[in-house]
Ligand binder design. Sequence first.
Ligand code: PLP
Length: 483
Amino acid sequence: MLEKTIFEISSPGRTGVRYPDSDVPQAPGLPASLLRTELPLPELSELDVVRHFTNISKNNYFIDGGFYPLGSCTMKYNPKINEKAARLPGFALTHPLQPIETVQGNLAMIYELQNWLAEIGGFAGVSLQPAAGAQGELAGVMIIRAYHLDRGEPNRVKMLIPDSAHGTNPASSKMSGFEIVHLPTDEEGNVDMEALDAVCDENLAGLMLTNPNTLGLFEKHIVEVIRKVHESGGLVYGDGANMNALLGVARPGDLGIDVMHYNLHKTFSTPHGGGGPGSGPVLVNEKLLDFLPGPIVDIIEDGDEDIPPLYGFKMPEKTIGRLKAFYGNFGMMVRAYTYISMHGDEGLRKIAQHAVLNANYILARVKDVYHVPYDRLCMHEFVAEGHWNDAPEASALDIAKRLIDYNFHPPTNYFPLIVHEALMIEPTETENKQTLDEFVDALLKIAEEARTNPELLKEAPHNTTVRRMDEVKAAKDLVLCNC
Ligand SMILES: *Cc1c(COP(=O)(O)O)cnc(C)c1O
């Protein structure tokens, strides 16, 4: 049963708060021209409101409630101390238009975070402006375009995108006016080197590389791939959304990547999902520093032994401009800063090691039952096929829906497109062995059910507020109330 809406439980005259009669003279009211005659607000008691929202929240699935192996999304647990830090009045109650002298602590925090992010990735500079991974990509490819134009090479319009890249990569390239050239994947899951050779020429703008790629595999020939692109005068964009696999182990800048973005809301544990605020900082090497979007926090007056430096904002000389109001999503920066300080360098490395270990543990336990087309040591995630020749009725979607009955969030499905009936599983480092085992047990049980009782899968989920949805219709024809 769907919950009633807040309007349906409204009752005329009911309120949460009753004010005593005023014992001071009334201020003049607003002019009638500014008032609406009808404002259909719901009328409810405090308990009505608390119950309503608590009950509808229970219809949702969330990381604090259970395991969320949604591949590509890095749904790790977000430590509560991040929230505590972000709510400190000095951070939470400042305004972006305040004079810089009054927010030096905030700017010092941003400055240090910029330095940490650059160091972790092996880059020379960073802008915290972009508000999402995809916006970081857009910034990155705009930087590549600006670089070629600055060098008098407007002919460089070809952007290479391997078919194992994230879907936002071609979208970002297209939006910034590039011509997209798709690169196939070889049978081991790497970029096909022959295909790469065939398209490297004087019109090459660059290559967008998701590494580890969407198959959860480290690009074996990465140094070679980057060398070829550079030799043709192109630049390499690194999609860093999968940095959870590499933290403290490999630095994309050292591998030769020219420009990259992070997802603070994946790797650095700021909350995501539901369209909440994100943060996709863009990082560049030395030769692209001048093109970064801004403003960027910098030291504008050096300090000495007695006086701390003065932090302020700078706009890089040949900047691609602003991407967002003010300075980016500040609250996300506080959370990421807190997370990095809590872990330190050794802790960050452990994050990547455990993320990779957890994914390989699940892979090892399921791969005799679920076909894994690119069967290599995986990084932080892997992709299995959600179908069997001897159980032809069951699909990846059925398996995903049946997992909900076992109280797990489904993995990403039907992505990447290069795997048939794909199930993309990313456990993250924050889960313990018991949880991983319970999840694997459910997957194995479902594989058995697919043979013995496929109807169970076809009709799943059985215990949720709404049952199997028409997913296309649900997205195109959204109904938010019972009316
Ligand atoms: C999530 C993701 C993105 C896009 O990030 P958003 O913040 O959702 O825009 C890009 N690339 C990869 C590999 C991702 O996993």
